[in-house]
Design a protein around this ligand. Structure first.
Ligand code: AMP
Ligand code: ZN
Length: 510
C-alpha cells in the first residue's frame, strides 16, 4: 500500500487521492534570481521521482509547478543588473529548463510564472480583505494571523509570544518573527509595480503559490511539495490564506524534502557553499551520475554531498549499465532457470514495497543491486539462460522509468543542451564523447577501444585507469603507437602520471 509521510499530521499515511485515479500535485518551483544549485535539484529530482512513481502506480498525474519570478530576491538582483524584472528572470528560467533536461527531470503538466497571475493575486487579496482576514496598512496589505486559529499547525510553532497586530514585510523570516505577514507590498521607487483596486504594488511570495495552485488544481488538492525550508513560513502562510478564503481544507498531503548538505551545512546561495549543475559539469561530473546520487538517498533523510559519493554513484550506475549490456549482448544457452526468474519477481516485489513505503529509494536500489549480483554470478557460472533475459531487462526498465539514469547519454544530452555555446572555449564541458564504450565478453564487461575520452581526475576509478593502461599496452604490442600515445594523453589530461618500468607500467595520480 502506497504511503507518504505527511508533514501536516506528522505520520506516514496510506495515500489515496481526492478523485479516484487522479493525483493533483503542486510543487513550489525555483526562485529565478540565479542559477539553481544542487540543493535545489535534490528537491526537484526527489519530486520528479514522486511524480514518476505515482504514474507507475497507475495514477493520472496533474502536476503544476511555478517559477517565482517576482519576490524580494528577483527584484533586488534585477535592479543590481540594471535589467527589467522579466528580462532578468528569463535567463534563469531558461537555464533551469536546460538543467532539468540534463538531469532528466520531467516537465510538469503545467508550468506557470507568478507574473502572469497578478490579476488573480489581486482578487485573492480583495477577497481576504472583504472577509476580514487581511487589512491594508501603509499601502501594503497584511494577513491577520489572529483571524485563522489553525495558524501554526503545519510547522508546529508556538504562538504564545506573538504580538497581535505586529507585522513582517520580508518574504523570508524565522519562526521567532511570526507576525501578520505581507500579502501585497507597496512598491519602493524603482521596483516593479502593478495597478490594483487597492493601489499600485507587487505580490508577496506566499500569496503567489496559493493563487497558482488553486487556480490550476482547485481549492482542495492532493499533494503540495517543496524542501523542508519551505514549511515555515511559506507553506504555513499558504494554508492560512487559502483556507481563510475558501473555508475548505487546502491540501491533503504535504511532502517535504530534506536538505542537501555540504560539510554538514545546508547548501544555500546565502551561505556561499553551493555548486550549480554547471560547476559540476565543468569539473567532469556526469549529469546521470548526479541524478543517481540525488535519487539514492530517501527524500526525508539529509544527504551530505561529497565528490567521493558522486564518484561512487557513477560506479554504481556503471554496474547497472554493465548488467544491462551483458543481458543484451552475451549469448546464453537456451532454456530458463526458474530459480533466477523467481529471484526477479522477488526483487520487483521488494522494490515496490520499498517505494510504497514513503519512497524508500535506498531499499529499492538495494533490491535491484541484489538481483544484479545474482544475475552476474549466474552468468559467470553459466547458469543464466535465454529465458532469464526478459525478466531481468524488465526489472531494469522499471528501475529506469522511475529513476531515469540508465541510458549512457550524457554526451548527447549535453550537446543538445547548448550549455557549451554559453561558455568560452577553454571552459567548455565535455567537448568530446564521454560515454564509456562497452564490450561484452564471457564473465566481464571491458572498456572498449578507440573512443577519445575527456573524463577528468575525479571520474576515473582505479579499474578504469588500469583498463586504459591495458589498452595502451595492446596498442603498443600491435605497433599502433599513435593510439598508444592518444591513450597516454587521455590519462595525462585526467591527472594520471604513468611510468614504464621493466616490471610493467606503473601509475599514480598527479
Ligand atoms: P528556491 O529557488 O530558493 O525557491 O528553492 C527551490 C527549492 O529548492 C525549494 O523547494 C527549496 O526548499 C529547495 N531547496 C533549497 N535549498 C535546498 C537544499 N540545500 N537541499 C534541498 N532542497 C533545497
Ligand atoms: Zn511556493
Amino acid at each position: 500500500m502506497l504511503c507518504f509521510y505527511n508533514t501536516l499530521t506528522a505520520r506516514k499515511e496510506p495515500f489515496s487521492p481526492l478523485q479516484a485515479g487522479q493525483v493533483r500535485m503542486y510543487t513550489c518551483g525555483p526562485t529565478v534570481y540565479e542559477y539553481a544549485h544542487l540543493g535545489n535539484f535534490r528537491t526537484f529530482v526527489s519530486l520528479d521521482i514522486l511524480g514518476r512513481y505515482l504514474k507507475y502506480k497507475g495514477f493520472r498525474l496533474k502536476h503544476v509547478m511555478n517559477y517565482t519570478d517576482v519576490d524580494d530576491k528577483t527584484i533586488r538582483n534585477a535592479q543590481q543588473a540594471g535589467l527589467e524584472l522579466r528580462a532578468y528572470t528569463e535567463k534563469f528560467i531558461e537555464a533551469f529548463q536546460v538543467d532539468c533536461r540534463l538531469l532528466n527531470i520531467e516537465t510538469p503538466e503545467t508550468v506557470v510564472r507568478a507574473t502572469d497571475h497578478i490579476d488573480d493575486m489581486a482578487k485573492m487579496v480583495e477577497g481576504l480583505v472583504a472577509q476580514g482576514h487581511a487589512y491594508h496598512s501603509d499601502n501594503s496589505t497584511y494577513f491577520r494571523i489572529s483571524s485563522f486559529p489553525a495558524y501554526g499547525r503545519l510547522s508546529r510553532i508556538d504562538l504564545s509570544g506573538m504580538k497581535a497586530g505586529a507585522r513582517v514585510d520580508q518574504d523570508e523570516y524565522e519562526k521567532d518573527d511570526v507576525r501578520d505577514f505581507v500579502l501585497w507590498k507597496a512598491s519602493k521607487p524603482g521596483e516593479p509595480c502593478w495597478d490594483t483596486s487597492f493601489g499600485c504594488g507587487r505580490p508577496g511570495w506566499h500569496l503567489e503559490c496559493s493563487v497558482m495552485s488553486m487556480k490550476y488544481l482547485g481549492e482542495s488538492f492532493d499533494i503540495h511539495a517543496g524542501g523542508t525550508d519551505l514549511i515555515f513560513p511559506h507553506h504555513e502562510n499558504e494554508i492560512a490564506q487559502s483556507e481563510s478564503l475558501t473555508g475548505k481544507p487546502f491540501v491533503r498531503t504535504w511532502v517535504h524534502v530534506e536538505h542537501l548538505l555540504v560539510e554538514g551545512k545546508k547548501m544555500a546561495k546565502s551561505a556561499g557553499n553551493f555548486f550549480t549543475l554547471r560547476d559540476l559539469l565543468k569539473n567532469g561530473s556526469k549529469p546521470s551520475a548526479i541524478r543517481y546520487l540525488l535519487a539514492s538517498v530517501p527524500h526525508r533523510k539529509q544527504l551530505n554531498f561529497t565528490f567521493d559519493a558522486l564518484h561512487q554513484a557513477q560506479q554504481s550506475l556503471e554496474r547497472l549499465r554493465n548488467f544491462q549490456y551483458r543481458l543484451q549482448k552475451e549469448t546464453f544457452a537456451p532454456g530458463e532457470d526458474p530459480d533466477l526468474n523467481r529471484r526477479v519477481t522477488e526483487a520487483k516485489q521488494k522494490f515496490e514495497e520499498a517505494m510504497d513505503d514513503d519512497l524508500n529509494t535506498a531499499r529499492a536500489f538495494a533490491a535491484v543491486f541484489d538481483l544484479v549480483r545474482d544475475g552476474n554470478t549466474a552468468m559467470d557460472e553459466s547458469r543464466f539462460q535465454q529465458g532469464n533475459i526478459k525478466a531481468c531487462l524488465e526489472m531494469l526498465e522499471v528501475w529506469d522509468r522511475i529513476f531515469g539514469a540508465l541510458p549512457d547519454d550524457d554526451y548527447e544530452k549535453l550537446k543538445e543542451s547548448g550549455v557549451n555555446q554559453e561558455l568560452p572555449p577553454g571552459q567548455q564541458v565535455f567537448p568530446e564523447r564521454i560515454s564509456v564504450p562497452r564490450r561484452a565478453t564471457r564473465g566481464v564487461v571491458e572498456l572498449g577501444q578507440g573512443t577519445p575520452l575527456t573524463l577528468r581526475h575525479e571520474t576515473l576509478s582505479d579499474s578504469e585507469i588500469e583498463s586504459r593502461i591495458e589498452e595502451r599496452e595492446q596498442a603498443r604490442r600491435a605497433r599502433d603507437f599513435a593510439r598508444a600515445d592518444e591513450v597516454r594523453k587521455v590519462l595525462d589530461q585526467a591527472g594520471i602520471f604513468i611510468e614504464d618500468t621493466k616490471a610493467g607500467t606503473r601509475w599514480k595520480r598527479k
